[in-house]
Design a protein around this ligand. Sequence first.
Ligand SMILES: [Zn+2]
Length: 261
Amino acid sequence: MPIGRTVSGLMYWYSKMLYNAGLVHGSYFNVGGVSPKEVGSMNVLERVDKPENVAANLDLIRSHIGAYQMIRVGLVGEDKTVVITDRDSPLIIGGVIAETDSVIVDNVDHEAFFHAVADFISLILYEPRLKIAALVHCTWRHINTLPQRTITEMLSLGCEVKNLCAAFAPSIGPCCYHFPTKEVEQHTDPFWQPYLIEDLLNGQTAIDIRKLSLDSLLCAGVPFNNIDHSRLCNACLHGLLPSNYLDGEKAGRFATVIMTI
Ligand SMILES: [Zn+2]
């Protein structure tokens, strides 16, 4: 499992495949930051922390990867994607792209785009020939549509599906993401059925959001051998990574970042 360490003491996951393809990216563990232990030292969510702590943590990441600025990608549960072609895009307001969970970065080099996440999957896509990258937040509500929507948009920009590389950042696995079976049956659509793992003895059902995300990439035509997985569960690694599932409202968030160069 590729884990990087910086001279300033940060620790992060990265995909060797995306690294070799030339994309700067990573997910940052709670090591080396300035936030209090309760929210995780590298927390990037202001709601549970002092804004100056979050700003300092983001600056640690920014200086590690050599970005001009750290641009936050909304996470508002909207099932749409935006394309950024210019660092002065009107879609970037005060360092934030609001109203989307999915951003496509079309040759805006040395600007870092990040999700502040806990549990759900940040999917990273990259087309090395055109240097077009995307960061997609695969949430409960649109995990089966947004990856495909983003890929369709990337293809309209000239990307070829056979060249697309993808990696799943750390997220909650079926090892930890389970609920009472009755609850799951009430709240899941039929398409979830193949991704539910029922524990009859304990009356719990695990939800495999990773498998569903993988299937949606394969359905979109991304070659199997071009898909990488962190295989890290943030709930198993509680302490190193935050978990909204485990800690609820008081949970911090970790940053998953992409940057073209
Ligand atoms: Zn787990």
